[in-house]
Structure formats: C-alpha cells, structure tokens
Design a protein around this ligand. Sequence first.
Ligand SMILES: *[C@@H]1O[C@H](CO)[C@@H](O)[C@H](O)[C@H]1NC(C)=O
Ligand SMILES: *[C@@H]1O[C@H](CO)[C@@H](O)[C@H](O)[C@H]1NC(C)=O
Ligand SMILES: *[C@@H]1O[C@H](CO)[C@@H](O)[C@H](O)[C@H]1NC(C)=O
Ligand SMILES: *[C@@H]1O[C@H](CO)[C@@H](O)[C@H](O)[C@H]1NC(C)=O
Ligand SMILES: *[C@@H]1O[C@H](CO)[C@@H](O)[C@H](O)[C@H]1NC(C)=O
Ligand SMILES: *[C@@H]1O[C@H](CO)[C@@H](O)[C@H](O)[C@H]1NC(C)=O
Length: 645
Amino acid sequence: MSRIPLFLFFIFMSIEPVYNEESFIFKHPINNIAVGRQYIIVATENCLYKLNRTLQMLKTTGPHGENDRVCTEEQVSARQPTYYNKILLVYNDTVLTCWNEEKGSCRELHVDTLKAVGNTLPCIVPQDPEHAARGLIFFKENSINLFVAKFNKIKGCEEDIGTIILRSKTNDAFTIKDSLSFLALNDNRAGLNYVDAFQWKDMFIFPYNPSAGSTARVVVLHENDQLLSFHTQSNLTCGSKLQRKIILSSFSFHSSEGFLWAGIFTTNNTASNDRTALCIYNFTVLEKRSNGCINKDFSYKDDGCINYSNLVSLHETPTLTHGNLTAVHVKEVERRLVFFLGTGDGKLLKVTLNSNYTANCPEVLHAFTDKAPVFRTIHMDPVDINYLYVATVKEIKRLKIANCGQHESCNDCLSAYDPHCGWCHSENRCTMKTECTSSTALGKWIGITEGFRKCLKIKVFPKDGKIAVSIEKNPFLFDENAPWNCEITNKDTKKTICSGKNKAPSLNCSCEFPAHNIYDTATLSAAAQSNSIAFSAQFQFQKCSQYSAFSCLDCISSGCLWCTKASRCTSPLSQCESDYVDEDQCRVIEEKATQGSSSNDKCRVIKSKTANGSSANALHICFSHPDWLFYLLAVWISCLYPVSM
Ligand SMILES: *[C@@H]1O[C@H](CO)[C@@H](O)[C@H](O)[C@H]1NC(C)=O
Ligand SMILES: *[C@@H]1O[C@H](CO)[C@@H](O)[C@H](O)[C@H]1NC(C)=O
Ligand SMILES: *[C@@H]1O[C@H](CO)[C@@H](O)[C@H](O)[C@H]1NC(C)=O
Ligand SMILES: *[C@@H]1O[C@H](CO)[C@@H](O)[C@H](O)[C@H]1NC(C)=O
Ligand SMILES: *[C@@H]1O[C@H](CO)[C@@H](O)[C@H](O)[C@H]1NC(C)=O
Ligand SMILES: *[C@@H]1O[C@H](CO)[C@@H](O)[C@H](O)[C@H]1NC(C)=O
C-alpha cells in the first residue's frame, strides 16, 4: 500500500464511530418516511412498513393496505410495473398514502392495522415516477385539510386541473370545495418539482424546482374558508459564484431567531468539487411580503402586485459547501443551530453554527457501511429527542445525536464545540446534559460557551529566565466566589513542579518554575482544585508545533507560544524572545488565516486518535501547501468547507 492510501485508511478508521444502533433493511428502495406518535412508517417501492421506535418491523402491506407477497415473502420476483409512493403522511391514527398506481390514488389506513378506512381517492398524485408530489395536512377549526402540490395535472384525470390543490375532509373523503381551491400552472410550463410543503402561521409555503436551468423558487399561499390566494413568491439563490439552482433537501424550523428554512442546493455541473451547499434563509421576512408579484409559473392575474427583492441566504453566502450533500435536519440546542447533514457516500455529519451563523468543522456522526446516499429526509424520534432516524437507499437507522463519550478530557469535551456535550463532573466524563446525574452541586454539567472553549486554559510564557504558568479556569467551574488552588505536576515522575493559591476569587491562578530542558518532552498536568472538586488538563511542550495559524488560540491556551516573526507555535522553552502574541492578537491571526483561505486552501480539523487509544488534541490539517492538494482531492468527500464566497 502506498503512503497516501495508508494515510486515508488511518483517517477513515479513526472517524469510524463505535455505535451499534438499531437498524432495519428493506427489500426495495425507500420512497418516503413519516413519523407518528409511536410508529415509524416507511414507504418503499411497492410496500408500506410500520416499525416501532427501535425499528422492529410490526407490519407490512402493499399499496392497497393488504397482504402483498412482494412485501412479505423473501423469494418473489419484482412486481411489474413498480409502484412508487408519492405522498406519505401520518396524522392522528391515520396514515395517508398516495401511490402512482391507478391514476395516482391515495388511501387512508388505520395506523394500528394498516387496513384501509374510507374510500380510495383517485387522481391525486402523478403517475410518472420522476414527477414529484408533496403533501401537507392541517387542522382548522373542526376540519381536516389536505394540500397536495404536484408536478402538473394528471393525465387521464379530467377533474384534475391544478398543480397545488386544497381538499377538505367531508364524509370520509377529501373533496375540493371550489375552483378557487386550486392553482393552475401557466400554459407554457410543463410542470414544477415541489420539494416540500409546510405551514407557518397563516402561510402555506412550497419550495420547488422549476424546469431545468431556472433557479429554485418558493411560493407562499393563504387559505381562507378553503379558498386559496397568493401571498408572495421569490427566487431562492444560494451564493452567487456557482449556480446551485436545484434544491435536494428542505427543512423548515422555528428558532429563537425566527422561522428559518435550510436547503441543500446543487448545481448540475458534475465537474464541480463543491457541487452542493447548505443555505439558510430567514423566512420570518415572508410575513411582510404580502401581495407579492407571482412569477409566470402560475396562471395568475397581477393587479397591482409588489416586486420584492429575492430572498438571500444568511450572510448572502452558503453556510457551507461540500462535494455531495443529500439531506439536512436542524435542531436548536442551547440557542445554537446544530445541523445534521447526509452525504452521497452514506455519512451523517454534524455541524454547529456559532452565534454569527458561521459553521464549525464538521464531525462524522455515523458512516453507513454500504456508502449509499443518505435519504433526503431525516426525522427525530418522537419520544426521545436524543435520537434521529437516518436512512440510505434501503436501510433506516436510529442514531444518537451526539457522541460525547469520544472526548476523554474536560478540555477535549468543550473544545469540540458540540452543544449537546458537556463535562459531567459527578461522573468525570463528557456526556449529554440528560445523561449527567447532577443531584449534587458537585455534579454540575458544564456545557460549551462561545468565548471559552476549554475547562482550563494553560498559558505559559517566559519570565525572568523562568517559565510562568497561568491557569485560567472556565467561569462555570467551581462556585464563582470560591477560592481555588492550582498545581503543575510532571505526570511521568508525579513530582510537583510549582503551585499557586488564590486568596480572592479570580479566574486566574499562577506559579513559576525553572526553564529546564527535561520539561520539553515530559507530560505536564495542570490541576485546579476548590474544596473537594478538582479538574486537570494535560499539556506537552513538544506538541506545540502541531498548531497552525488556524488554531492560534488553541496554541496559546495549551501551554505554547505563538511567535509573530516565525509565524508558528513553539514550545516556551525554545522561546521567541518577546514577540509572542496575546489572546486578542491571536484572534486576529486566526481570523486572517480563515478569511485568506479559499475552498482549496482550508483548514480541516480531523479528530484523530493516538496509537494508545487516548484522544489526542484536534489535529489541524492545513491544505495551503501544494502537497496537501493531493490529499485534499482524495479526502474531500469527507470534508466540508465553511465558505467565504
Ligand atoms: C388530530 O390531531 C390534531 C393535532 O394533533 C388535533 O388537533 C385533533 O383534535 C385530532 N383529532 C382527532 C379526531 O383526534
Ligand atoms: C444545467 O444548468 C444549465 C445552466 O443553469 C442549464 O442551461 C441546463 O439546461 C441544465 N441541464 C440540465 C440537464 O438540467
Ligand atoms: C429574521 O427576521 C426577523 C424579522 O425581520 C428578525 O427578528 C430575526 O432576527 C431574523 N433572524 C435571523 C436569523 O436573521
Ligand atoms: C415586476 O417585475 C416583472 C419582471 O421584472 C415586471 O414584468 C413587472 O412589470 C413588475 N411589476 C411591477 C408591479 O412592478
Ligand atoms: C459574521 O460572519 C460574516 C460572514 O462570515 C462576517 O462577514 C462578519 O464579519 C461576522 N461578524 C462578526 C461579528 O463576527
Ligand atoms: C488572566 O490572565 C490572562 C493572561 O494570562 C489575562 O488576559 C486575564 O485578563 C486574566 N484574567 C483575570 C480574571 O485576571
């Protein structure tokens, strides 16, 4: 094996998570997934499945809600033609399924038995497998209403005229009230591929891909007494450099900063290295865009409409770009947005945004062994919000949303910048908040904070021929007003090197020791103690050289010096005289390093494990040197670039 594949092997080995979660494998490719109060309903080609929360199969039927040999028996040749599921919705005790068979019919099944209740509704979804349809159920007063947004009218269905149709349930059937209960396409439009349908306040929102070459759009409707009216419409532009015009996956969500929408966009230019991108839009602004002009996709009379500007994504750029994203799911945790992104090669990535909506380096939360593309919708466990259902082509898995246990020290735990993870003192490990039994004050769980990504910052600098160590503690360690001591020990010899004491409450504790060469290779331990609570962090001067300009702050909070002239992180024993930087200067250096980097010149953080299995510091790999370009090409599928476009 050559040098490079070995290197890659190491990376892929090291990021392989140790999960053994529940999963289920289907006979046919997945078409739709819906989650009810207790069940997971999955429609594959030809078959419908009901699974319990831990993905044990409870029942399977064919499209008609009855036993079907194609679904129940191992050895049955495939059905001709194949039935594709177009819409799958679960509400109350009912599963609504729409298949392309029999003029595109929908049926309602009872969730317990998966047996049909009520009549079959013909002519609702397209028969062409390529043509998309999306559905939405909403309750209003005492009525149950169904929106269906589909490609165009259905061939052979005289009564079907629209592209977006509102039906209301009367006498066990969904019926159209009026000619104003649907929207028709403009005559010169072949059809629209809707990617989602959702409601916010009194707005019904439909993002869609128009014909090839046009940019993605969103149309927003109002409903009043089952009659429809246009609210507004906009193009959805995701960055300007690469024309990523097609939406692959859509996720709308409420956050403390308003109603937001995230989309995975792609360009049809397959040669591009970062073909796909995540863009986030503030849909709160849609509320104020009433009476907007509607693009000629729809048959529409404009009488005095207003032309609003296009909706642009936050920061007017993609939040991140990547070679092959397929799915997005978002959760707000401790006021930070956490993104779960599926990739075309079967990985589930986790990315956290800071308060300025900038992405951190992604973590691979799970890698499917078959490397098949992740299915476009990711769902949360309806009972335990710490789990997600993530699928590939034929497999669905229940995955935990955080892998806190991989961070072995308090500093590793907080510097991972995962809002799900924090240091659980009572158990002396990195856990999710709900996993920490914090019955006592000692058992406090310390989560991430934006300004302080460590438990203990170890700052070392030369002072009068000696080495001065200052330990700065995380403000959430110990009681704010409690005095505390610090101590530096040589972990190998277990000898105390120096110690300090705080008389008054302070975030800092310091001591000095002679600059001796033996400390260059030794593992040193910095401990902070208050009453019976102690925290410690290890550092090693010989590791200083691993920090790059992208991680200046990590350099100077890990017992190293950042030398300005040499532009590198060094051991304080091989000093850079007086030209080392403080925290503020370091921040500027890091910002410059990130800004100046293009997508081919980015800092990657790959969490690696050292040979003895203990967690090493995050290894920052910088692709600025031409040698790295080769690695970049090889590993880029597993890499994401926070982007400045
Ligand atoms: C169905 O669910 C909706 C929303 O959860 C609720 O408002 C409605 O009352 C339910 N209807 C029935 C018949 O249970
Ligand atoms: C790809 O995109 C270009 C420009 O956006 C467009 O002209 C072309 O028709 C598209 N091709 C396909 C196959 O969608
Ligand atoms: C979205 O827009 C609303 C209203 O304009 C604003 O209050 C909110 O802060 C915005 N959110 C973000 C994330 O920009
Ligand atoms: C809105 O913009 C379209 C396309 O640019 C234009 O044809 C139309 O006249 C404009 N309508 C108004 C009311 O300004
Ligand atoms: C927030 O991020 C944007 C884009 O990345 C950047 O231009 C801006 O300076 C940042 N603002 C702050 C306060 O960091
Ligand atoms: C702790 O020391 C650092 C320098 O090492 C200094 O920047 C910071 O202001 C000090 N903090 C306190 C609370 O004394």
